[in-house]
Design a protein around this ligand. Structure first.
Ligand code: HPA
Length: 275
């Protein structure tokens, strides 16, 4: 058997045993500073990544390293408190293993979140943006022999972000009195923030928000037929010019994301309750 598939199944067996053989309906990936949603999960079972066979350990700032299983909006969910980034040095196989483990456990929906820099001039720090589409500038995680048991060699990406879930989010946000932005997430490897020339370039080809995650997980989820909803928290406005004293900073990103986490968590919870 393919070693990669063995690793996925070994990890899935371990997690399944920890959660008593339960089937999570939705998976949730909590981005930098957005981990608070985990506190809303009822009857939580915490599974540190470091205990799961074959799993990497997440090292990024603002990221804890746990799967948390429990109920959110009355539905069984498996949340990732912290994710794996390509810039941490992991292979794309390891960056995305947690998503394939979710698939083996029966997850049907994936909710992804991230902190991102805003390039759309109408965005402000603290805005939440529904991800309508993405542009991938990371290595594609499906490169290599296709894992046929998960999906096809050439998966469709025209409907990566589910329109029905986007409509639900807009409806929920309107009732909450929260304005949501919508846009295209542009994923790069990082770990450098963009130069002003890069920001202008990426914006000119359609980026509304810039980040270093999410796209690999979404590609792997869509490959295996998981329905995806994604949201970015705009934690900074990307500099289009070199301004003395204006620098990007990982701590600002985490504190801004913390401030928006409650609104995002409530939206995820209400969508999941409606599934
Ligand atoms: N660029 C890339 N990734 C990010 C940013 C940014 O400006 N802010 C938060 N994550």
């Amino acid at each position: 058997m393919d070693d990669r598939i063995e690793r996925i199944h070994a990890a899935a067996r371990f997690v399944s045993e920890k959660i008593g053989g339960a089937t999570p309906l939705a998976g949730i990936v909590l981005g930098s500073g957005l981990g608070k949603l985990a506190d809303m999960i009822e009857d939580p079972i915490v599974i540190p990544y470091k205990t799961i066979p074959g799993f990497p350990v997440s090292t990024a700032v603002g990221h804890k390293g746990n799967y948390i299983f429990g109920k959110l909006g009355g539905k069984p969910v498996l949340a990732m408190q912290g994710r794996f980034h390509y810039y941490e040095g992991y292979s794309m196989e390891l960056v995305t293993i947690s998503i394939r483990v979710m698939k083996v456990l029966g997850v049907q929906y994936l909710f992804v979140s991230n902190a991102a820099g805003g390039t759309n001039p109408s965005f402000k720090v603290g805005d939440l943006m529904i991800i309508k589409d993405h542009i991938n500038m990371l290595p594609n995680p499906l490169i290599g022999p296709n894992m046929d048991e998960f999906g096809p060699r050439f998966p469709d990406m025209t409907c990566a972000y589910d329109k029905g879930l986007i409509a639900k989010a807009l409806d929920i946000a309107e009732k909450m009195g929260t304005k949501l932005q919508q846009g295209v997430y542009f994923g790069t490897t990082g770990p450098t923030y963009e130069t002003p020339a890069e920001v202008r370039f990426f914006a000119s080809v359609g980026a509304d928000a810039l980040g270093m995650s999410t796209v690999p997980e979404v590609i792997v989820a869509r490959h295996c037929g998981i329905i995806v909803f994604g949201m970015s928290c705009i934690t900074n406005i990307s500099n289009t010019d070199t301004v003395a004293g204006v620098l990007n900073d990982g701590d600002d990103v985490v504190s801004q994301a913390n401030a928006a986490a409650d609104r995002m968590s409530e939206i995820f919870k209400q969508i999941i309750a409606s599934l």
